[in-house]
Design a protein around this ligand. Sequence first.
Ligand code: NAP
Length: 286
Amino acid sequence: MVADLLDGNSLSKKMLSDLKERVSDFKSRAKITPKLAIILVGKDNASEIYVSKKLKNAKAIGIDAELIRFDENVSEQKLIDKIQEMNSDEKVHGLIIQVPLPKHLDMQKVLNSVCPLKDVDGFTCWNLGLLLQDKESFIPATPLGIIRMLEHYKIPVEGKNVCMVGHSLIVGKPLVLLFLNKNATVTICHKFTKNLSEFTKKADILCVAVGKQNLITAKMVKKNAVVIDIGINRLSNGKIVGDVDFEKVKKKASFITPVPGGVGPMTVYCLLKNTLKAAENLQNKK
Ligand code: NAP
């Protein structure tokens, strides 16, 4: 038996095409164009690729997108001043700061400077707090994309054992909250977890967001588990792989995400969906 692929590429294409229609309806109703502003600090290669995908897809579905670049050494105050300027720009509906940020910047302070109503990445303490309360909020795009993918493939979550490996603020922690809000039993593992495989082997749904090639091998996976590989690792030959030993694990799992082509494209879709939602919310407030 070989696992079915959770095909984020084709699913996101279909979802983006539906979203394009919703954007077009909104534009003709509201007579405004949703706009996403992206702030990029420095020249991180991976960030350049992610940002260009966000810009390209936004434009393809009729959302305006603007990239604002800052030098690697930008001061925290200069960055926050720009964020505040974008917060009060009526033409901007969604504002994201591409992470990671250079070490001299206090990431959480910078992210918390984004107006919660424009925080389409869902990284402010306001939106994360609402997620903790299971209230309407902007949900971080990668975790949201994973949940949408599970829903699409009709994979039940309630009562399942979920193991989350990696607990960053951007992926692991919000994903854990989404699973809890859907009544899963969640185990969270990280760098200090002893005997990782003891936990991963119990998982009906195993999610991995670490950034370490082959961290998860076949013997760490329960038979017929659903495996969600969020990791992105660039090899010296230019190839991109996840955190899971895909070739071996696919023979044991029931469903698995490929890398690339799994979680990544769903992330872009969810970010743009959040941007339309921000434009709709701000329009409804007028
Ligand atoms: P991060 O902030 O570096 O977090 C990594 C997490 O992994 C931390 O919680 C860390 O624990 C944990 N960890 C490190 N070594 C471990 C080990 N040996 N065993 C278990 N846990 C370990 O990274 P991130 O931003 O969450 O991203 C994780 C991966 O997902 C990266 O490869 C990134 O490129 C990828 N990613 C993909 C998408 C997408 O759209 N596909 C989006 C975002 C990120 P400690 O906190 O205890 O150190």
